[in-house]
Design a protein around this ligand. Structure first.
Ligand code: FE2
Length: 591
């Protein structure tokens, strides 16, 4: 739960330990200086009014000010930004009669832009709607373009043109960073005030350029997966997204929140189940991948590819093979482009949900994905892969083929010779998985048995198998590698990653420092989000290549997809048409 004030919200768990000035500082940090100062006597009021001044908030927030908000990069991270917000479940488009944003380089704004396309409801489901809250969740968004790189903007949103949210800021991506810059990674966040919210606060403390989410966000899908052809899904609770955005919104409204899909983003709608995801998270997805949720972008000398592991998972079957191999072809082409001379790219970062190398006894490694993508990651020397799915932190030693190069905590790794580092960053808030197979070089070193991996009965890369009938056999990769473990460090804690990239001129040494942050916590949750411990770290090192030869790789095809404010739903409809579904019957009217 959170404590709601007229000036913003403070998590319950932090309130008892906060002095009035700390409350004031917290709210100023989270909700913007202007709004809090407008409150005037907040500190004094908080200390005097006590319970009369605060009230508990539930998951519904439509009656409050327009919030929460979240932002994401447009086609060019340096010049465009999606601004998104929600008026919550149990509402209709009538709750947002005139959605718009005001924005500018100062809190005086100067520009106003309509959320063109209006409201975007979650598609009406063809399944048993026991909660009665699925088809009336209203999301709004607009795409700002023509922004100046590396510049801080102020913005405020309104659903009716009368009541405006508080002033917040965002900063566009740097065009050619020459100084160290940082991004964050997490996954498996859930809707837990004791864990989800403080991990988002840890990220806010990092103040990264952006955050990569490796899938499994709100868990609105519950524990029941998308069934073939729809059907009853009583555990589907779309209003969980309300809670999710309440917890991450104070961070994600200022720091671009860039999620990929996990198994829990396959919601019980139709087809691949991603209609809700693309509605909530408009991003420049690249439909040439055969998927509505796959994309890539660049930031400085780093390329980021956000993939859909559900396409190849041997463990979780609903979407296996749904791109017909197109995603893997797209992946190969993209990697070839980024590794080509003149791309300007030194580091390649890939993220998707299911781990290829993980020694946890829950989920563990997905051999289905590994079989198809590891050879490609090896061929193009991908530097690091970020996953989730397993609710814990684990870093594998760098791997190339079946060769493991030991890299204990604090190591510097040369990906060019050592291969790819695989990291599970699934400690974002969901209940932890604490039992491990085998051994590890650091953290929780001891486990039982030997690490295992899910495998298809036959290889999906050959066009056979892929039924989704999965078992949990002994890991054939480990047997081939002749090693007992690939694990460098593992710990079942709520955590996130802080990744710092230090650029270098051509011929110099460019580095990527990956730090796993472990905030103070007990079995019940995170007790302090300040000053988290760095429990594990590794530095990736490369010789910097030449700067990019224009145009930037990956920027042309995605531009074609920037159709406007309803990009998410529009892209999804196009995806369905390309898959031969004709009129998108289940996407529903955009009213
Ligand atoms: Fe998952």
């Amino acid at each position: 739960m959170v404590m709601e004030t007229p000036y913003g919200e403070i998590p319950d768990r932090f309130v008892p330990d906060m002095r009035p000035q700390e409350m004031h500082d917290y709210l100023r940090k989270r909700y913007g200086r202007r709004t809090v100062l407008k409150g005037g006597m907040l500190a004094a009021a908080a200390s005097l009014a006590g319970p009369l001044f605060w009230k508990q908030s539930g998951s519904a927030f439509a009656a409050g000010p327009t919030a929460p908000q979240w932002i994401s990069y447009g086609p060019d991270p340096t010049t465009s930004m999606y601004l998104n917000w929600s008026v919550g479940s149990y509402n209709t488009p009538a709750s947002a009669p005139s959605p718009q944003v005001r924005w500018g380089t100062t809190s005086g704004y100067g520009s106003t832009q309509a959320a063109s396309g209006g409201t975007v409801p979650v598609p009406a489901p063809p399944w048993t709607d026991t909660a009665g809250d699925a088809d009336d969740t209203v999301y709004l968004n607009t795409l700002l373009t023509g922004l100046t790189p590396g510049t801080t903007y102020h913005y405020s949103v309104s659903s009716d043109g009368v009541n405006w949210s508080s002033d917040v800021t965002f900063t566009t991506g740097q065009a050619n960073p020459t100084s160290p810059w940082t991004f964050a990674v997490t996954g498996d966040e859930a809707t837990n005030s004791a864990t989800t919210l403080p991990i988002a606060e840890v990220i806010a403390g990092i103040n990264p350029e952006f955050t990569i989410i490796a899938g499994d966000l709100s868990y609105a899908s519950g524990g029941v997966l998308l069934p073939a052809g729809g059907g009853a899904q009583p555990s589907f609770t779309p209003s969980a997204w309300d809670t999710y955005f309440q917890y991450v919104g104070p961070t994600a409204q200022s720091i671009p929140w860039l999620p990929g899909v996990g198994n829990h983003e396959m919601e019980p709608l139709t087809d691949d189940g991603y209609a809700g995801f693309v509605t909530r998270f408009p991003q420049p997805y690249d439909l040439t991948s055969g998927s509505p949720v796959v994309r890539d972008f660049t930031f400085g000398n780093v390329a980021f590819l956000q993939l859909d592991g559900n396409d190849l998972s041997a463990e979780i079957s609903p979407n296996v093979g749904y791109t017909g191999g197109a995603q893997t072809t797209w992946l190969r082409n993209k990697l070839a482009g980024y590794r080509a001379a003149g791309s300007g790219i030194d580091f390649i970062v890939v993220s998707f949900h299911n781990c290829m190398f993980c020694s946890n006894q829950t989920h563990g490694s997905d051999g289905g994905i590994r079989t198809v993508w590891q050879p490609i990651f090896d061929e193009y020397n991908v530097d690091v892969v970020f996953n989730g799915h397993v609710h814990a932190y684990e870093r594998a030693h760098p791997i190339s083929g079946t060769t493991v190069t030991l890299a204990p905590t604090g190591s510097t790794v040369e990906p060019l010779t050592a291969g790819t580092t695989y990291i599970c960053a699934g400690g974002g808030g969901q209940s932890l998985y604490t039992t491990w197979y085998g051994t590890s070089s650091g953290g929780t070193t001891a486990g039982t048995g030997s690490a295992k991996a899910w495998e298809f009965p036959t290889d999906p890369a050959s066009g056979t198998g892929g039924s989704g009938t999965a078992s949990d056999p002994t890991d054939p990769w480990l047997a081939a590698a002749g090693v007992g473990s690939f694990s460098a460090y593992r710990q079942a804690v709520w955590s996130c990653l802080q990744v710092t990239v230090t650029p270098a001129p051509e011929g110099g040494t460019t580095t990527m420092l990956i730090q796993a942050l472990d905030p103070t916590q007990n079995a019940g949750g995170v007790t302090s989000y300040a000053n988290p411990t760095v429990m594990d770290n590794v530095t990736l090192s490369r010789t910097a290549g030449p700067p990019a030869v224009t145009p930037e790789v990956g920027s042309t095809d995605t531009l074609l997809l920037a159709g406007g404010a309803v990009l998410g739903a529009g892209a999804y409809a196009l995806h369905r048409q390309r898959r031969g579904h004709g009129t998108p019957d289940a996407v529903g009217p955009l009213n």
